[in-house]
Each structure stands twice: as C-alpha cells, then as structure tokens.
Design a protein around this ligand. Structure first.
Ligand SMILES: Nc1ncnc2c1ncn2[C@@H]1O[C@H](COP(=O)(O)OP(=O)(O)OP(=O)(O)O)[C@@H](O)[C@H]1O
Ligand SMILES: [Zn+2]
Length: 529
C-alpha cells in the first residue's frame, strides 16, 4: 500500500490499469469535497481543544472579561475569626480606615496601602481579610498569586491591571492576593520574563494609587522569607502582621466556634481537646469538628461525644490531612525548658530587658519564643545591657543542658548563639567594649578585616569574642542552677498554658509586676529568642 501510494505521487508513474492508483492520483470531485470537509472538521476540533485548555487555565477569561476582577460582599466579621487576637488588634486600624478613609487622609496623612499577612497554612489569613471587608462593609476582591501565573506573556500583568482597575471603580475596597509568593518570590535572572512582568505590574499598581483612594491590598504568604525585597518596601506591603498557629486558649475558642451548631454530649470538655492538639492550625481544628460530626452520624448517634473528637484528632495527627508538622510531647517539653531558661535569666539579670511574653507555640522556624521589650525608647545600649543580652541568649541552651543532659541538647539554640556572637563581635570590633583589645574600631585597622590574611591579629579578636560568649554562658549557668526549682515551675506552666505574659512569668518567679505601659503592646524593637 505504501509503495503504491508513493508510486501514485510520483508524476507519470501511474498506469491506468490500476483503478486504485488512478483514484489516488486524480481524486474525483466527490472525494475532493470529502477531504476538504474532513480537514475543516479537524481544524475545528483542534481549535475547540485549544479553547477548552485555555478556558481551563482561565486564559480566555483573562483576555476578555477577567473574572479575577469580580468583587464579592463579605459576610464574615471578626467574630468568625478567633484565637488570633493580636493580629485582629493590628488590623482594626485598617477597618477604621476603610469605613471613612477621609478621616485618615484629610490632613495629608498617609494610610498604609499594603498589608502582608504571614503565617503557616490554615491559620485564618483569608478569613481575616474577608472579615476586614465585612467589618468595614466594603467590596472584597479575591485573587491568587498562582492564578496570575500563565504560560502566555502578558496575561498575568494584564490581570493585575484589570484587578486594580475594577477595584478603583469600587473603592473603598479590599484586594486580597493569596499566595503572593507565587509571583513575588525572589527570582534569578534566568526566570521567565512573564513572571517578572506580573510582579512588575503589581509593583507599578501599588505605586500608582494614592492612599486617599481607599484601597487596601492585603496579601498572604506562608513563606515571607522568599519574597522579593521590592514588594515589602515602604509604600507597598509595608505593614506586616503575623498570623501564628493558635495557643491552647485560641484552640479552645476556635473549637467552640466551630462546634456552635453541632449537638454535643453533655460530658464533652472542649478544653481537653484543645490541650491535646498542640500545633494544630485553625483549619485543622475545623477539620477535627467536621470529622467528629461525620463519625458520630455514621455511628447513628444523635450527639457528638469525646470519643468522636478523639478519633478525629488522631486521624488528623496521623493522616495526610495534616499540613503542619506534628509536635511531639518530648519536643514540647524541651522547648518549654529552653524558653523558660531564657525568661529566667532575663528576669534575674541586671540590665536585661523585661520579658514581654514567653511562648512554646511555634512561629516560622522557631519552636518557641521569649520576647522582651525595652523600658523606654532606647537609642544606645550600655555595656551592661549588651552583656545581659548575651547572658539571656545563653539561657536557652543552658536550661536544656541542665535538665536533659549534655548529650541531649538540640540545635534549637543556633540562632541564640548567632545573636550572642554578633553582639560580642560588635563589642570587640566596633564599640571598644573589650578592655583587653583596646579602644579602636578593629575593622579599620590593617588586618582587622574578616578576610584578612594576618592570622595572628584575627586570632586575638576571635579569642576575645569567644571569651565574652563563654563568660555569658557561665553567667546563665549560675543563675539557672540557683533557680532550678523555678525553671521547673515555669516550664510546667508553659507546657500547660503555652503562652505566658511577662507579668504571669514574673508572678510565678515571685517578682513584682511591671507597670502596664512597660509590658503593653509589641514594640518594633522587641528582642526575640
Ligand atoms: N482563627 C480561626 N478562627 C476560626 N476559624 C478558622 C481560623 N483559622 C482557620 N479557620 C478555619 O479554617 C478555614 C481555612 O482558613 P483560611 O483559608 O482562612 O486559612 P489561610 O491562613 O488563608 O490558609 P492558607 O495559608 O492555606 O491559604 C477557615 O475557613 C475556617 O473554617
Ligand atoms: Zn532560644
């Protein structure tokens, strides 16, 4: 067959005796029509296929009337988001602004245009953004960073432009961009041009409206550390709000909220469920309630009981439903002693900043945290304060060592050591705070540079830095050995309550309260350990 058709195509090779060859070489009129119809049909199907793919990817949407740029009215309010009180308090100002933008900008004041919500998956970032819109009674525009990403140059940028155009027509309003890291991650020059174009368009739009227009752009991300610096510059997403996983009190509130419309056994104790779910996000907890309700109705029960909630909790803990890392009992205990160690050294060291909060609720890479607040707006630090800071840094590791033994210490103290070393280096090299090495800025002396080949000089500086950090370690050890009973007490309370205020810590240690002004709010200069 193949040979004969080839023969047919070669001019003059056909013999009229073969009817098949004749018909192929000179197709009849009917056949020609048939072929044309077939070709047209195939072209049509191909086109149909392409449009369907485009439709699926939302391309034709974006090219015609982009539905990214459709506003909805949010029915959510702050009552629907619980257990994230700090974030809510910080966002209240945005609500006030959207309610009456002119009140903020009448006298030339500038309101923030961009808010970045940062936190692990499922902590209620989307919910918070909707609640702001609901509270303020303004339209809510939703977009997702990954939705902007397209294979065709210009589409993402075009959508960003459409989105802002529609928003301007409906202001005051909120634009919410979920997964901003999909377009806003730091990229290397090899990255596709279209991604860059989408990001550039977003930056241009952010710069292009004035805060008096009453638009607030809220972006959410689980990975704030990968964001392009251009995005977080002043005038763009310059307000950062952390939305962490809830502590035990927050978890109780979230469970109660989601259990509101679920018939419960009389013996259900929500607090016990909350205690048993450390590290769960709000979405995980909503899921616990849902699974428990399904289980109870599958078992033909009329109410949801403790056993159903336990079942749901275990399923989420073991199963794939869980997005965030499970925290083991052992790791929580260690974190409680580590943070307790920081807090105790801070409380018993002269010159150390007052403890503002101690928590074992993970945030970002940290398993727990002690935050301290300066008394006043300090502009320079004394040597005593620097040394105290280093002692407090060492408190975490020393506590681990004291309670769990040298062999069981963890890598959890790495950023503490970094911080302490940095302080010691500055004291020696820049601030003339080492009486042994004298009163010069060593980095300016020959051989003072970090990459210097003059080894001996460098060695002397390094030795002095080490002497200072070793001394801090010994100081912390002395304090924690003396107050070991208090360390146990504090760690126990941290395991139980997960988050303690500065005053609660001081009360446990038998120390007086600070005046409220000193421990209120989170200052920009807070120190984290
Ligand atoms: N703080 C909370 N209070 C009440 N419900 C919550 C809370 N956090 C999460 N939820 C529940 O989990 C669901 C998912 O939350 P949401 O989508 O807001 O999380 P997210 O932080 O935006 O997550 P992601 O980072 O994965 O986009 C909510 O619809 C709600 O049912
Ligand atoms: Zn630490």
């Amino acid at each position: 067959m193949q040979t004969s058709s080839l023969a047919a195509l070669a001019p003059g090779s056909g013999t009229s005796k073969d009817p098949l060859l004749i018909s192929m070489a000179e197709p009849s009129f009917k056949q020609q029509i048939w072929r044309t119809v077939r070709t047209l049909a195939m072209a049509y199907l191909l086109l149909l296929g392409i449009t369907t793919i485009m439709e699926e990817r939302g391309i034709s949407r974006g090219l015609t009337s982009s539905n990214v740029a459709q506003a909805v009215d949010s029915s959510k309010t702050f009552k629907d988001v619980v257990g994230v009180d700090e974030a809510k308090a910080e966002l209240m100002e945005i609500v006030d602004f959207l309610r009456s933008p002119e009140k903020f900008t009448r006298l030339g004041g500038k309101m923030t245009k961009g808010v970045l919500l940062m936190g692990p998956p499922g902590t209620g970032k989307t919910l918070l953004a909707k609640a702001i819109a609901g509270e303020a009674g303004v339209p809510f525009f939703y977009a997702s960073g990954s939705e902007f990403e397209e294979m065709y140059v210009g589409v993402g940028a075009r959508r960003v432009r459409d989105l802002f155009d529609s928003a301007k027509r409906k202001s005051p309003c909120i634009i919410f961009i979920d997964e901003i890291d999909a377009i806003g991650a730091t990229r290397n020059p090899k990255d596709q041009q279209y991604m860059r174009m989408t990001l550039n368009q977003l930056l241009a739009e952010m710069d292009g409206f004035s805060s008096s227009e009453g638009i607030v752009v809220i972006a959410a991300t689980n990975f704030p550390e990968v964001l392009d610096k251009a995005l977080t510059r002043p005038g763009r997403f310059d307000r950062h709000v952390v939305v962490p996983n809830p502590d035990v009190k927050g978890r109780t509130q979230i469970l109660q909220l989601h259990l509101k419309n679920v018939p419960l056994d009389s013996h259900v104790d929500v607090e016990i469920v909350a205690r048993g779910t450390p590290g769960f996000s709000g979405a995980d907890l909503a899921n616990v309630v849902n699974i428990a309700a399904i289980k109870a109705s599958q078992d033909n029960k009329t109410t949801v009981g403790m056993a159903d909630l336990e079942f749901a909790k275990d399923r989420i803990m073991m199963g794939a439903e869980r997005k965030s890392a499970v925290i083991t009992e052992e790791s929580r205990k260690l974190t409680a002693y580590h943070e307790g160690g920081h807090a105790i050294v801070a409380c018993f060291t002269e010159g150390a900043l007052p403890v503002h909060k101690a928590t074992v609720v993970p945030r970002g890479m940290a398993l727990g945290m002690v935050t301290q607040l300066p008394d006043k707006d300090e502009t320079s630090w004394s040597k005593k304060q620097m040394m105290a800071k280093m002692d407090v840094c060492m408190g975490g590791r020393v506590a681990e060592e004291l309670i769990f033994g040298l062999d069981n210490v963890t890598s959890g103290a790495s950023s503490d050591f970094e911080q302490a070393t940095q302080i010691a280096m500055n004291m020696v090299e820049r601030w003339g705070m080492s009486d042994r090495l004298g009163y010069v800025a060593h980095r300016h002396l020959t051989g003072g540079g970090r990459n210097s080949s003059e080894g001996a000089y460098r060695k002397a500086i390094d030795a002095e830095v080490k002497r200072l950090t070793d001394q801090a370690y010994q100081n912390a050890k002395k304090i924690l050995k003396k107050h070991e009973d208090k360390l146990h007490l504090l760690a126990k309370h941290l395991i139980d309550k997960e988050t303690l205020t500065g005053d609660e810590v001081r009360a446990l240690l038998g120390l007086p309260n600070m005046s409220s002004s000193e421990s209120a709010g989170i200052g920009s200069k807070e120190a984290k350990l």
